[in-house]
Every structure is written in C-alpha cells, then in structure tokens.
Write a protein that binds this ligand. Structure first.
Ligand SMILES: [Fe+2]
Length: 206
C-alpha cells in the first residue's frame, strides 16, 4: 500500500466500497446469488424476414447479412448463393454450423468435399480453410450459426482470407498438411458417446 493513508483516498472506489458492506464486491464472491439476478434489458426481440434484406459488400461478394438480434454469445447470419457462386476461401477462430434452407451444392472444408442439400446441417471446425459452393441449379439460401459474438467479447474473433492475408500457395500447403490439433476433436457417436480428442483420447458417455 502507498502512504496515502486514509483507506478511501481513491475517489471512485469510495462509492463502491462504502455501499452495502455485504455486497458482492465487499465479500469478493464470484457468482451472484439468485436474488441478485435481474432480467437483462435487450432489444429488438424480433428481426422480421432478414432474408428479404440481403446485401453484398466488398468483402463478401454474395448477398448476406447478420440477423439483428441482441444475442451475446451466438451470431446468426443468412446468405444466398446463386448457381456457380462460391464464398471466399477463408478460416476463422469461431466454429460454425450452416443450415441449408434452400438449394444444393457442396463445401470444401480443409480439402474435404462435403456435398449438401436443403435440410442439411454442415459443421465448420475452428481454423479449417473452407468455401461453400452453389454447384446446383437453383439459388441456395442458408443460415450460419457461429460463436463469433462470444469470441468478440473475449477479443478473440479472427478471420483469415486466402489470397488476402495468406498467399494462395501457403494456403494450399496448409490444406495439404492438415495438422489437426489433438485438442480440437469432438465427436458424438451412438456407440462411444461424446468423445474429445482423437480415438482413444478422452471419452464421456455410457
Ligand atoms: Fe466461414
């Protein structure tokens, strides 16, 4: 401690310290008790028909947009790909699930071709290079579900575009090398239950 002496010489902390002597700051507890929990004010509670209000930008050449809901951990977006259109090859720290609302096509995820059609869910693992391609004959409409907002709170939301942030040649090498982290595996199998890590690593299940 410095020799300021009087304990409450720090202007701002004075208000906090002299509040409820049993308050959370005073007792140093990490979690709020049920009687301290309040409803969070958040708006809007509905975003009507975002698929009717899509736009392209210089980053993303095909129409899409975020769903404007005050979700704090999950980010939803909706996008459209016309026949022959593809998303830029990229990778990011967030994980993503893509739900196909209309149309058919395929994704290339770290070099693996994954065909999909209306009604399918696709998984995009953390930091794997991927692109989604409308290789069908009708428009593709999809919904993306990511944990971007949670990562953004933590300052960890990062996206890398092939050919822009990493030279195409290096991207191809990364895809060929794969180099999966043993800590990045997660699988759900009816026989083995939930598994983290490669086969035989850590298993949770019946
Ligand atoms: Fe992505």
């Amino acid at each position: 401690m410095s020799d300021h002496g009087h304990g409450h010489s720090h202007g701002h902390s004075r208000d906090v310290d002299e509040g409820d002597p049993n308050g959370p700051r005073r007792t140093g507890k990490l979690h709020y008790h049920e009687e301290e929990v309040r409803a969070l004010e958040a708006y809007p509670l509905i975003h009507k028909a975002p698929h009717l209000d899509l736009y392209a930008d210089s980053d993303r050449k095909h129409p899409g947009r975020d769903v404007d809901l005050p979700l704090r951990t999950v980010q939803l977006h909706i996008g459209k790909l016309e026949p022959g259109q593809a998303t830029n090859l990229h990778k990011h720290h967030n994980e993503a699930a893509i739900y196909i609302i209309e149309g058919s096509g395929h994704s290339e995820i770290q070099g693996e071709r994954v065909p999909w059609e209306k009604g399918d869910f696709i998984y995009i693992p953390t930091m794997q290079w991927h692109t989604h391609v409308n290789s069908g004959s009708e428009s593709v409409l999809y919904m993306g579900i990511t944990n971007k907002r949670m990562l953004d709170w933590l300052g960890l939301d990062r996206k890398v575009e092939a050919g822009r942030h990493v030279p195409m040649e290096d991207v191809q090498k990364e895809i060929a090398a794969k180099r999966y982290s043993p800590y990045s595996h997660y699988s759900i199998d009816p026989k083995t239950g939930v598994r983290f890590g490669p086969e035989g690593f850590i298993t949770h299940g019946d």
